[in-house]
Design a protein around this ligand. Structure first.
Ligand SMILES: N[C@@H](CCC(=O)N[C@@H](CS)C(=O)NCC(=O)O)C(=O)O
Length: 189
């Protein structure tokens, strides 16, 4: 069974959402940032970068980084239709969104509110009037949602500033897998 290393309501929330979207069986392995467990030798032996998420597969291979864990799950559970299999341009677009989310959007946290404002503005423009990042629901939406959900409260942006991101956020919150992942992770206090 997959082992899922996570710290509640951090980056690993995206992987948790994907596990639930896929209906995957997994062993939860809470690794709390608040208790510095991500920096403990036992966890550094799994991910030397000291970050969650990490997934350990049945063969013992460790998959780290949100984008890679989402990709692994999407490809392992094709029935969940989280990956636009066989549509090369759409596949490239998902990778593009996830690279952008991991670097430009998540990376904006080191630059504070101004950097977030710029990153959110770009994401909002890229989105256009689509419901989902590439036009249909994929792992790119899960990744983008997690970062926007986490950092939007740190911004002083009035409603309507990022209309595409705001409606995407609400659409994501309506998904049972998102609600369940949050409920479970909130339970860790
Ligand atoms: N680039 C990484 C970022 C993951 C990340 O920043 N994880 C944070 C939680 S949001 C973490 O595990 N921090 C633990 C630490 O720094 O000790 C990814 O995409 O997985």
């Amino acid at each position: 069974m997959l082992k899922f290393y996570f710290s509640p309501l951090t980056s690993s929330l995206a992987t948790h959402i994907a596990l639930l979207e896929c209906g995957a069986e997994y062993e939860p392995c809470p690794t709390l940032m608040s208790k510095k467990e991500t920096r403990a030798p036992a966890y550094l032996a799994i991910n030397p970068n000291g970050k969650v998420p990490a997934l350990v597969t049945d063969s013992g291979r460790v998959i780290t980084e949100v984008a890679a864990t989402l990709y692994y799950l999407a490809r392992s559970f094709p029935d969940a239709a989280l990956w636009p299999e066989g549509d090369l341009e759409a596949e490239a677009e998902v990778i593009s969104w996830m690279s952008f989310t991991a670097s430009t959007v998540h990376g904006a946290r080191v630059g504070g509110a101004e950097a977030f404002a710029e990153a959110f503005e770009i994401a909002n423009t890229k989105f256009g009037d689509q419901q989902w990042a590439i036009g249909r629901f994929t792992i790119a939406d899960i990744h983008l949602f997690r970062v926007y959900w986490r950092f939007r409260p740190t911004m002083d942006a009035p409603p309507g500033t990022y209309p595409a991101l705001e409606s995407h956020h609400d659409r994501m919150l309506a998904r049972p897998a998102v609600q369940k992942a949050m409920e479970v992770e909130n339970g860790y206090g």
